[in-house]
Design a protein around this ligand. Structure first.
Ligand code: ATP
Ligand code: MN
Length: 343
């Protein structure tokens, strides 16, 4: 008996993308059977008319409908990825809670997987099928958030996310300029990046990378880049999380890139007053947007159906970070990380 990981069964009953995980001497071959797919059950949604977005009058039914339409676009971003969820009775702050672990509250029909970190064990949600997204929404989920690493290689991140948090809407123009500046700095290191309106106040810039660098290396790299930007104009930026230091500035958050930290999944709805969407866009279009909360539930689907996917290459790119290949192992401080960008 061997344990094999695989993606799917082919029509001819062959395993697709199979990989050998080891022999299972502990299993009796006689007990190994092919699990039959259970016949498709119609999953019923409870309280379809409950209003989730009070101000906009958007019901749970409409939220379900949105995610049904968006599921094909979201699945690649949740595949193999530990997830957290924001569950809300309504989308007012005090009726939402952020759920990171699955061992505390059981969610029916939703998979939970173990995450190891040395001696420590953790659990996180896992979603691979449209039906599982549906179950999450049925359980009151409005937002989906993901780690920057996959279950299969939890020690080595596979994406970097830079989170730009402006203190006020008035800074939107500066957020756009800063985003292009980050894009260009990454470009000069040979890295392609992708931009997403958060549906809230700011921007997320994603960089897909091969999962070959440790959390420490990725954190140093992302901190280094944010420091370079921040020090270029201390009046514009802060890297200090405290609210009082953010007045009139853009908070450059690299801390999304730590073990267990999350960023909102592309195409997730946001639990704001209006039903905004965390929306991936093309770099060339960023300057056309008047704010990061422009895309709403009702127009997101139409836009996505019509357009050419601006993030189409996201999962095809297997990017390496040359500066980390060369110096990464010697990174001991963020000052050294900063030097990565000066060489
Ligand atoms: P905005 O553009 O409004 O800042 P955002 O999604 O970037 O939207 P942040 O408040 O900057 O929101 O948070 C960044 C990320 O931190 C989120 O995308 C989410 O994954 C994670 N996060 C948010 N709230 C919590 C929470 N209560 N506990 C843990 N992680 C959270
Ligand atoms: Mn943010």
């Amino acid at each position: 008996v061997a344990e094999v990981e695989f993606k799917t069964w082919t029509a001819g009953n062959i395993l697709r993308q199979a990989s050998f995980q080891g022999l299972r001497a502990d299993k009796n071959p006689k007990e190994i059977i092919l699990e039959k797919k259970s016949p498709k059950k119609e999953i019923k949604i409870t309280h379809p008319d409950r209003i989730i977005y009070q101000a906009a009058g958007i019901t749970k039914q409409e939220v379900v409908h949105y995610y049904e339409q968006m599921a094909p676009h979201m699945l690649p971003f949740v595949h193999d990825r530990p997830l957290s969820i924001l569950r809300c009775q309504q989308t007012t702050e005090d009726s939402c809670y952020f759920q990171k672990h699955t061992h505390t509250t059981s969610l029916i029909g939703i998979s939970s997987r173990e995450v190891h970190n040395g001696e420590e064990y953790d659990s996180a949600l896992s979603v691979e099928k449209p039906g599982e997204i549906f179950q999450l929404i049925q359980a009151g989920t409005v937002e989906l958030h993901g780690w920057q690493a996959s279950f299969s290689n939890i020690e080595k991140p596979d994406q970097i996310v830079f989170d730009l948090d402006p203190d006020s809407e008035k800074l939107w123009g500066r957020v756009i300029d800063t985003s292009y500046e980050i894009q260009s700095r990454l470009k000069s290191l040979g890295l392609q990046s992708f931009v997403k309106l958060t549906g809230g106040k700011g921007i997320h810039i994603h960089v897909p990378v091969q999962s070959r660098y440790t959390w420490n290396m990725i954190r140093a790299f992302s901190k280094g880049l944010m420091q370079i930007i921040s020090e270029s104009n201390p009046g514009y930026y802060t890297m200090n999380m405290q609210k009082k230091n953010r007045k009139g500035k853009i908070f450059l958050d690299y801390l999304r890139n730590g073990y267990g930290a999350t960023a909102v999944i592309p195409y997730s709805l946001r639990a704001r007053t209006q039903p905004t969407v965390a929306f991936p866009i093309a770099w060339k279009d960023l300057k056309k947007y008047s704010g990061p909360d422009e895309i709403l539930l009702k127009n997101a689907i139409q836009i996505v159906k019509k357009r050419k996917d601006p993030w189409a290459d996201y999962f095809r790119l297997k990017q390496r970070i040359a500066v980390l290949e060369n110096y990464g192992n010697f990174l001991n401080s963020s000052d050294e990380a900063k030097n990565l960008f000066k060489r």
